[in-house]
Each structure stands twice: as structure tokens, then as C-alpha cells.
Ligand binder design. Structure first.
Ligand code: ZN
Length: 378
């Protein structure tokens, strides 16, 4: 399935935009205690223009309001810590008041976007040219179910199309994996029914196709609803089976290899250049050769041990403190500390492409043109 399979053709609502983002970054991937979702606004409102930014306020929010955007989509949450009062003399309080008075919806995808396949950490790994990328720290796994549905031959293709577009039948790098057998179904429509085939009160035999496919637990509901929406029967016969197979693991951070080992100082320069920075800092002997690289967008110092455990020579992350860097150095793990914003900013381009593919010309998508790093580098 590609994100363009479900192109929305009417004016989208806030909920439509949320669903499109959650297709890419399902909420259940978020780490425990995180804050994600629609934090301000009305999900039924139409959206003509959406603005994307890392941080919601103050600059991105004011730019969104000024440009007439109906929705601001950010990585970091505008309401992360519980608020007990909205003091409009503070920047956050003022931002909330401005959003409410302009009917601006504010939505964020934080650690679900970090964990998501194709999200913050995959984008970062690919930006740094890592090969054979794997999950750094598994945080869960998506179980597998088997969906079986019986359809008349006339509706076989449309049902197949609906369930596979909803994500059923994806196995590794293959999509549309189904098995189909023909057989005879029987039923007797009782009084008051309106059967698609057959007559009330008569035992009916029909040719049917049994379609079976696997589907991730998180996509099951969407696949069933998509199937029911196009199935012609009044009472659709379908089964859902639990499987003993291991589900699909997901997790935070990525680890992979550079095509060739290089000195740490050269690698740090590469990271600086590929992330568009003018400065970068690193801990470790500059001449140490590095090849296996762990990446973690955001503040990732606490994953240093995990990176070392998995054989990383260097961890690329941000906001790492003195003690963590010093200890990692002595344990044989170098740390490249880029800025928090630079590590996460590349995902906005991916979100932009994804939303453009889903909504086409029905939605104007703009990436906020604001300073994302709160530090000034001399
Ligand atoms: Zn972050």
C-alpha cells in the first residue's frame, strides 16, 4: 500500500488529516506517558491549509495564524505537562488563547512518529547513509490476526482491493498477500430479510470465494470496516483468528553500518554537513575508527548503554550531559551530539510528502519557516 492509495477528494477535516498522519505514525506506537494527538481544536472543522513545524509555539503558531492555516501539526506537544491555569501573560498561555480565538487546531505526533517505520529515526538513519538498519530498542510488537471472509465472485475483486488498501495482506516487503479458494455456501434467509442472493424462506446454495489474509492487530478494525463497506451481503460471514506467529516488532532509535569505517572526527563532520549544521560536538578520541552507528532523534543519552550493547561505535543524538558522554567514552562508545532540532527536522519533509500524496490539491501544506534551534552558536 502507498499513502496515495486513499486520495481524499473533498475538503478534508481535521479528523481526515489526523487519520492520514496516524496511518504513517499509529498512536499505539507512542512511548508510555507521552502526549500525542489533537490537543486544541475541533476535529470536525474543515482544513484548507495545514502548517507543519517541530515546535508549536510561539513562532510557528503565530505564522500559522498569520497565514490563515486551519491546523498546525507539530512533533512536540503544546500541552506536555498538565496545565492548571492558562495565564495569557506567558508565551504558552498566549499561544493557546491565540489558537482558540482563531479556531486553529493543534495536533502533534511525538514518540509515535519517532518509533514509526519511515519516521524520525528511519529518516535520520537514511540521511546519514546507514545500511542494514535495525531497531535500537524494541518497545513493543504488533500482533498478527488472520481475516477470513466469504464473498460472491462478483464482488471478489472489490473486497480484495478494499482490505489490501486498508493494510491487510502485508508480509515483509510483499503486499496484497491473500489466499483464495472457491466453494459452496448455504443459507436460508428468514422472514423479514432482504438477501442479496436467494429468496426469503428458501435454502440457497451459492458459489463463494473464501478470502484469507493476515493483518496486523492495529490495522484489523480498519480492514474489517473497509471490507464491510463494499461487501454486498446483508449479513457478512467473516472470521478473525488469533495467530501464534511472532508479530512485527517496533521500537525507538535505529542502528546500522556506514559503508566504510572512518575516523570519528570525519564522521562528526559528515553528520554536521548532512544535517545542515554549522557546528557539532562529539565525545571520543577523534581518530577512533567508527562504522556501526546508533541514531536517536531527540534527547537520547539514556540509550548509550543499549547502543554499546548492540555493538555501536558511536551514538548520534542530542542533549547529552557531561557525565553520560564521559562514561560512554570510557566504555568505548563515542557520542556525536547534534542539535535536537537538526535531528528531528528532516521528518517534516517526509510528512509533507505523505500529506501531499494523500490530499493532493485539496489541502495546502506549508512547512513553517521558523528558527527551530533555541540555541545561538558562536
Ligand atoms: Zn524532540
Amino acid at each position: 500500500m502507498s499513502s496515495s492509495d486513499n486520495v481524499v477528494r473533498n475538503v478534508p477535516t481535521v479528523l481526515d488529516v489526523m487519520r492520514a498522519i496516524e496511518w504513517m505514525a499509529p498512536p499505539h506506537l507512542a512511548l508510555e506517558g507521552d502526549v500525542n494527538g489533537l490537543l486544541v481544536g475541533n476535529r470536525t472543522n474543515p482544513v484548507h491549509r495545514v502548517m507543519l513545524a517541530l515546535d508549536p509555539y510561539p513562532d510557528a503558531l503565530h505564522q500559522a495564524v498569520k497565514s490563515g492555516a486551519d491546523m498546525l501539526v507539530t512533533h512536540h506537544a503544546i500541552l506536555y505537562h498538565p496545565l492548571k491555569r492558562i495565564d495569557t501573560a506567558t508565551a504558552r498561555g498566549k499561544a493557546l488563547a491565540t489558537a482558540l480565538s482563531h479556531d486553529l487546531a493543534i495536533y502533534n505526533a511525538h514518540t509515535n512518529l519517532d518509533v514509526a517505520f519511515g519516521g524520525v529515526n528511519d529518516v535520520l538513519a537514511s540521511r546519514l547513509g546507514l545500511l542494514d538498519t535495525r531497531i535500537l530498542d524494541k518497545t513493543g510488537s504488533d500482533g498478527l490476526r488472520k481475516l477470513v471472509v466469504y464473498v460472491p465472485p462478483s464482488h471478489h475483486e472489490v473486497v480484495l482491493d478494499a482490505i489490501t488498501k486498508a493494510g491487510a495482506g502485508r508480509v515483509g516487503h510483499y503486499s496484497h498477500c491473500t489466499f483464495n479458494t472457491t466453494g459452496t455456501g448455504t443459507f436460508l434467509p428468514e422472514e423479514g430479510t432482504h438477501p442479496y442472493i436467494g429468496t426469503e424462506g428458501e435454502l440457497t446454495r451459492v458459489n463463494e470465494i473464501r478470502v484469507e489474509t493476515v493483518v496486523l492487530e492495529s490495522l484489523l478494525e480498519a480492514a474489517v470496516q473497509a471490507m464491510l463497506a463494499v461487501h454486498p451481503y446483508e449479513e457478512v460471514a467473516y472470521d478473525i483468528f488469533s495467530l501464534q506467529l511472532e508479530g512485527v516488532p517496533y521500537g525507538i532509535g535505529r542502528i546500522g553500518d556506514l559503508p566504510e569505517a572512518m575516523p570519528l572526527s570525519n564522521f562528526a563532520e559528515t553528520v554536521r554537513d548532512r544535517l545542515g549544521l554549522t557546528h557539532i560536538r562529539f565525545g571520543g578520541a577523534p581518530s577512533t575508527m567508527v562504522r556501526r552507528v546508533a541514531v536517536l532523534g531527540g534527547a537520547g543519552g539514556k540509550w548509550a548503554k543499549k547502543a554499546k550493547e548492540l555493538g555501536a561505535d558511536v551514538l548520534v543524538t542530542s542533549d547529552v550531559d557531561h557525565h553520560t558522554v564521559a562514561e560512554a567514552w570510557h566504555d568505548g562508545l563515542a557520542i556525536v551530539d547534534a542539535t535536537h532540532a537538526a535531528l528531528e527536522r528532516p521528518v517534516l519533509d517526509v510528512l509533507f510528502k505523505h500529506l501531499s500524496a494523500v490530499f493532493g490539491s485539496t489541502l495546502e501544506i506549508v512547512v513553517a519557516n521558523v528558527v527551530e534551534d533555541p540555541f545561538t552558536w558562536l
